[in-house]
Design a protein around this ligand. Structure first.
Ligand code: ATP
Length: 306
């Protein structure tokens, strides 16, 4: 697969502070790429550089195999994006807004506006004033505008920010439709792990301006480990007991009185009895598996914003 976006040592410094620090991104053709990071990690700064809105301090950006700095106009014609504010006229309908945008963008295809509204699920609402749209509808309208010219690459900066679960699910469906039906390569930034977990085929994790890892979700999922957690009154004694009685050492003691075992799944009853017989109270037993959240915390050493 070809890289649609490839950055080499991409850096943006504001004074001494490096908002983005030697980033090496590789977004492959046809993929949904989740660009994940906490607030202030450097996602928007990166995206603004990818769109030519700000200039890198160092490093280079290739999009569609060409240097952005040399061929910016030609490249950006093939890219759609939403970054920050929507900039729609509230006193015009969605259709009128998109017609104005289509004209400005030089899109003259007759059905482009209605097609974009349809794919965004706004066909029925096309005659409604944008001022009366919900935030979720405005975000979908933003995506409709971004696809008017049939871009091959779509760059979306936190498109689900501020939306309720229904709004988030609608955006997710729209992104999946665009990837499948229009074969668009999509880079979506987010600080919501679960969102990215459901959508992305590949993720890049940025933290304090640095790319900590870039990995395929398939590989990440295959590394997921099942575990059982016991919430106990004294996790350190519980750990000692399972080591002494059953030779178990595949465990972790977590905060808030939780001991997590990666082996001996299915033997919760036996272990529960052991704890209780030794005066340890057990208030919760739950089976689960490691997820993106665990991975993220391990990499960044911090609790993600979810
Ligand atoms: P958020 O989700 O909060 O937007 P982000 O990952 O998009 O976070 P950025 O907006 O890229 O983060 O910001 C990264 C860092 O760069 C932050 O520390 C921010 O304060 C700083 N920064 C961004 N733009 C500027 C600027 N124009 N001048 C100075 N510092 C800036």
């Amino acid at each position: 697969m070809n890289a649609v976006i490839k950055t080499t040592n991409l850096t943006k410094a504001y004074g001494k502070h490096k908002a983005v620090d030697r980033l090496q991104l590789n977004v492959l053709e046809g993929q949904i790429y989740g660009f994940l990071g906490q607030n202030g990690a450097g996602k928007t700064t990166t995206i603004r550089m990818l769109l030519g809105l700000i200039q890198p301090t160092e490093g280079q950006i290739e999009i569609f195999g060409e240097l952005l700095r040399k061929r910016q106009m030609d490249i950006l014609r093939r890219v759609g994006s939403i970054v920050e504010f929507s900039g729609f006229y509230g006193n015009l309908t969605a259709k009128e807004n998109l017609m104005i945008n289509a004209k400005l963008m030089g899109v003259h295809t007759r059905n482009a506006v209605m097609e974009a509204l349809e794919i965004a699920g706004l066909e029925q609402e096309s005659g409604k004033l944008v001022g009366k749209y919900s935030l979720g509808m405005k975000q979908r309208l933003g995506i409709a505008r971004a696809i008017l010219h049939h871009p091959e690459l779509l760059i979306l900066d936190e498109p689900t920010n501020g939306l309720d679960p229904v709004g988030i699910a609608e955006i997710r469906r729209l992104i999946q439709t665009l990837a499948v039906e229009r074969k668009v390569t999509i880079l979506i930034s987010s600080h919501i792990l679960h969102e990215i977990e459901l959508l992305a085929e590949r993720i890049g994790i940025i933290h304090e301006g640095k790319l900590l890892e870039e990995i395929d979700m398939d590989i990440l999922k295959s590394r997921n480990r099942k575990y059982v957690e016991f919430q106990v009154s004294n996790p350190n004694s519980a750990a000692m007991l399972i080591e002494q009685h059953y030779g178990i050492n595949g465990y972790e003691v977590l905060n808030e009185g939780v001991i997590r075992l990666y082996t001996h799944l299915g033997q919760q009853g036996k272990l529960n009895r052991l704890f209780v017989e030794h005066g340890i109270e057990v208030s919760r037993i739950a089976e689960s598996e490691t997820r993106l959240e665990d991975y993220f915390v391990r990499l960044t050493g911090g609790v993600p914003h979810v």
